[in-house]
Design a protein around this ligand. Structure first.
Ligand code: MN
Length: 680
C-alpha cells in the first residue's frame, strides 16, 4: 500500500511543497546566481499542469518533476534554466499545455530544452530497430544542440530507475535493458561516474534480481570485517599524510554490485575470487593546480613504501585523462590477509569532476584557461557524425555505439600531443583523428620510428607519425581496419563520392566500347549484358567496368554478340532479302515482297518504310527491335544500303494500325534511325 492512500489533500500538498523547498534550498546553497523567481514560476506552472494526476505508485505526479529537479541541482550541479526545464519536462508530453505555452511563460531557451526532452520521451527502444535508431539520433541531436537536454534526460531516467518498484515487471525489464544499453554508457561518457554506477546497479537489480540479492548479501556480510581490513591498510598512510601536512579525506568503499557481477561473469569466478572488491579513495585539498600532479605521485609513494603493488594495475589518468574528462591516479596494493585493494588518488577538483562530470568540468573551465577537453572533442565527434549521417539509420546507430562503448587508448603525435582513440584503433584511425586530409592520403605509419602498415593496431603510449602520398585515396578495405567513428564515417563518405565518379567513368567506358564495336547501347542490349553477368543495375555494371572487374571486349562480349547473331540467323530464316549496294545510284527497285498465308482473324498487313545512317550494328539492332514486337509476324524485310545510308521496307502482319505505330516509335528510338513510317 502506498502512503498516499490514507492522507488528506492538505497533507499531500504539504509533502509537495516540502519537496519543492528542498530543491530551492539546494539551489540557494550552490554557487549559481539567484534566480528564484523563475524557478518558483516553473514549479507553480508544473504543479498546476499535473494537478490531479498520479503516478502508478499512487503519489502525485508533480513529485516526479520535483525529484528530477532535485537531481539536476544536487547531483549534476546545474543551474536555474535546467531546474526549470526539469520541473516542466513532462508538461508538454503529459498535459494539455503546449510548447508555445512554455515558450510564452519561460522564454525560448527553456522551451527548447523542454522540446528536446519531449521529442525523446518515447524511449530509445521503439518496436522497430529503425525506430530505436531514430530516437537515439534525436537524443544525440538534442545533445549536440544543448547538452543540458541529455543531462536532464539522464536525471529523469535516474529517478524513474529509483522508483521502478511500482511498475510492472515487464516494464521494469525493458527500462533496465534500455538503461544498461544507452543511459549508463552515456552517463559514463559525460563523466557522470557516480550516476553511471547507480544506473548500472539499478538496472542490474531489475534484470537479475536473484543475482543482485546474492551479491548484496555477501557484501553486507563482510562489511564489518572489510572496515577493519581497510583501516589496517590506510593507518600507516594517514600518518604519512599528516606528517607531510596534507589536508585530506579518505573514503573506503566497495565495488558496485554490477561491476562485481560483471567480473564474476566475464572471468567465470565465484564472488570470493573477485579481487579488489575493496577500494579506497584519497581526496586531498589543493590550492595550486601546478602542484596537483606532484602531490598525487607523492601520495602514491606513501602507499608503495609499505605495500606490495600490483604491477599491472597502475593507471595514470592525470597525464592522460579519460575521454570523459576523468582524472585520477589509480593503484592496486596488497592489503591485510592478502586482499588486493584499489586506491584512487584525487585532488578535490579531480574528485568533483569525477562525481559531477560535465557540469563540474564546465565550472572549472570558465575559471582557469584550459585547452579543449577530451569530452569536448568527443562531443565534436558526435556533431561530426551527425553532420555526415549514414544513409542507413542502423549503420548510424552502430557507428555511434561503437564510439560510445569502446574503451580507449592514448597515443601521441610526433610533437607530443595526446590523442585519445578507441581501443583497437589503427594507424588509419589515428590519421583521420588528426585531419581528414591526412587520413585520405595516408599510406603508412611510423610507430616509434619503425615503419608499420595502415592496419597496424596502436597501443597506448605509441608515438605515431603518418606518411602520406598525394596519389593515395581511400579504399573499400580500409573500412575493415578502422575502429573510430570518425574514420569510418569519413571513409564511407569519400567512397560513396568515389563510387559515383567511378559509375560515371564506367558509363563512358561502356559507351565508347559499344561505339567502337558498333553496338547501340539500347535498353535491351544492356539488359542482356546485365543478365550475362547476373547484375541487377547498370550502376553495378559500370562500377565493375571502371574497376576492371569485367572485360566487355573479351570473350563475354563475343558470347553476347553471338547470341545476337543467332537471333539474326533466326530472322534470316524468314523469307526476306538483304542486299548491300555500294552504288549510290542504285534504286529501291529490287524489292521482293512476300505475302503468303497466315492471315485472318482480322489481322492486316502493313508496310513500313525505314531510313537511317549506317553504323556498325544498326541493322542487328533494328531487326532485334522489330522481331521483339512482331515475333513471327514479319513477312519481309528489304534493305538497301550504301556507304553511309540505308533504307528498308518492312512488311508485317499486325492486329491493328496502332501496333504499326508502336513499331515505328520503337524503331525511331534506335540511334541513327531518321525515318520510320507506315506507307501502306
Ligand atoms: Mn519524466
Amino acid at each position: 500500500m502506498n502512503r498516499f492512500n490514507s492522507i488528506s489533500p492538505a497533507e499531500e500538498d504539504l509533502i509537495i511543497e516540502n519537496a519543492y523547498q528542498d530543491v530551492l534550498r539546494a539551489y540557494l546553497a550552490s554557487n549559481h546566481r539567484r534566480k528564484v523567481e523563475i524557478i518558483e514560476r516553473a514549479f507553480r506552472f508544473a504543479k498546476e499542469a499535473h494537478r490531479g494526476v498520479r503516478r502508478r505508485s499512487g503519489e502525485p505526479y508533480i513529485l516526479h518533476p520535483i525529484a528530477v529537479a532535485q537531481i539536476v541541482i544536487s547531483e549534476l550541479g546545474l543551474g536555474s534554466t535546467s531546474i526549470c526545464a526539469a520541473l516542466l519536462h513532462d508538461v508538454v508530453e503529459d498535459t494539455e499545455f503546449s510548447l508555445e505555452d512554455i515558450r510564452n511563460a519561460f522564454g525560448d531557451r527553456i522551451a527548447e530544452i523542454v522540446d528536446g526532452l519531449t521529442k525523446i520521451s518515447g524511449g530509445i527502444f521503439g518496436d522497430k530497430a529503425s525506430m530505436q535508431a531514430e530516437n537515439f539520433k534525436k537524443l544525440l541531436l538534442s545533445m549536440s544542440n544543448d547538452i543540458r537536454v541529455v543531462l536532464i534526460k539522464i536525471a529523469d531516467r535516474l529517478h524513474n530507475m529509483r522508483t521502478l518498484d511500482s511498475v510492472s515487471p515487464e516494464k521494469q525489464f525493458k527500462k533496465a535493458g534500455e538503461t544498461l544499453y544507452i543511459y549508463a554508457p552515456l552517463a559514463h561518457r559525460l563523466g557522470l561516474f557516480k550516476i553511471k554506477l547507480e544506473l548500472e546497479d539499478l538496472a542490474f537489480k531489475y534484470e537479475h534480481p536473484q543475482k543482485y540479492a546474492e551479491i548484496m548479501e555477501k557484501l553486507s556480510e563482510g562489511a564489518d570485517h572489510r572496515e577493519e581490513i581497510v583501516e589496517k591498510f590506510v593507518g600507516p598512510v594517514r600518518k604519512k599524510l599528516d606528517d607531510a601536512g596534507f589536508k585530506y579525506e579518505i573514503k573506503a568503499r566497495v565495488k558496485s554490485a554490477y561491476s562485481i557481477f560483471n567480473k564474476m561473469r566475464n572471468k567465470n569466478i565465484p564472488f570470493e575470487e573477485v579481487y579488489d572488491v575493496y577500494a579506497v579513495r584519497v581526496i586531498f585539498e589543493n590550492e595550486d593546480d601546478a602542484l596537483e600532479q606532484i602531490k598525487c605521485w607523492q601520495i602514491y609513494t606513501f602507499f608503495s613504501e609499505g605495500h606490495r603493488l600490483h604491477p599491472d594495475r597502475l593507471r595514470d589518468w592525470i597525464s592522460a585523462p579519460k575521454a570523459n574528462g576523468y582524472r585520477a591516479l589509480h593503484l592496486t596494493a596488497m592489503g591485510p590477509e592478502g586482499k588486493w585493494i584499489e586506491v584512487q588518488i584525487r585532488s578535490r577538483k579531480m574528485d568533483e569532476i569525477a562525481e559531477l562530470g560535465y557540469a563540474a568540468h564546465w565550472k572549472y573551465k570558465s575559471g582557469v584557461r584550459e585547452e579543449e577537453s577530451e569530452l569536448d572533442s568527443w562531443m565534436n565527434t558526435i556533431k561530426d557524425i551527425l553532420a555526415h549521417p549514414e544513409p542507413n539509420a542502423i549503420d548510424f546507430l552502430d557507428t555511434i555505439k561503437l564510439n560510445l562503448f569502446a574503451s580507449e587508448i592514448y597515443v601521441f603525435t610526433p610533437k607530443g600531443d595526446l590523442i585519445t582513440l578507441p581501443a583497437g584503433a589503427t594507424v588509419l584511425d589515428f590519421a583521420f583523428a588528426i585531419h581528414t586530409q591526412l587520413g585520405t592520403h595516408c599510406i603508412a605509419g611510423k610507430i616509434n620510428h619503425r615503419l608499420v602498415p595502415l592496419s597496424y593496431k596502436l597501443n597506448s603510449g605509441d608515438q605515431v607519425e603518418i606518411i602520406t602520398s598525394d596519389s593515395q585515396t581511400p579504399q573499400q578495405e580500409w573500412l575493415e581496419y578502422c575502429t573510430s567513428a570518425k574514420a569510418r564515417t569519413r571513409i564511407k563518405t569519400i567512397l560513396r563520392k568515389d563510387e559515383r565518379q567511378l559509375i560515371k567513368r564506367g558509363n563512358v567506358i561502356f559507351n565508347d566500347l559499344m561505339e567502337s564495336e558498333g553496338i547501340e547501347p539500347s535498353n535491351e542490349f544492356i539488359t542482356k549484358v546485365l543478365a550475362n553477368y547476373r547484375l541487377k543495375t547498370r550502376d553495378e555494371l559500370f562500377l565493375m567496368l571502371a574497376n576492371d572487374e569485367i572485360n566487355l571486349s573479351g570473350k563475354e562480349l563475343t558470347d553476347i554478340r553471338s547470341r545476337r547473331s543467332s537471333l539474326w540467323r533466326k530472322l534470316l530464316r524468314n523469307p526476306f532479302s538483304l542486299r548491300k549496294k555500294n552504288n549510290k545510284n542504285s534504286s529501291s527497285s529490287d524489292k521482293r515482297e512476300h505475302q503468303d498465308g497466315n492471315e485472318g482473324s482480322g489481322n492486316i498487313t502493313v508496310n513500313i518504310s525505314i531510313e537511317g545512317s549506317v553504323r556498325k550494328g544498326i541493322l542487328e539492332e533494328l531487326t532485334a527491335s522489330i522481331s521483339r514486337i512482331l515475333s513471327n509476324n514479319m513477312r519481309s524485310l528489304n534493305i538497301e544500303a550504301t556507304e553511309d545510308l540505308f533504307r528498308c521496307k518492312l512488311s508485317a502482319i499486325v492486329e491493328n494500325v496502332d501496333m504499326a505505330e508502336e513499331i515505328c516509335v520503337d524503331i525511331l528510338r534506335i540511334k541513327g534511325i531518321k525515318f520510320a513510317q507506315r506507307i501502306s
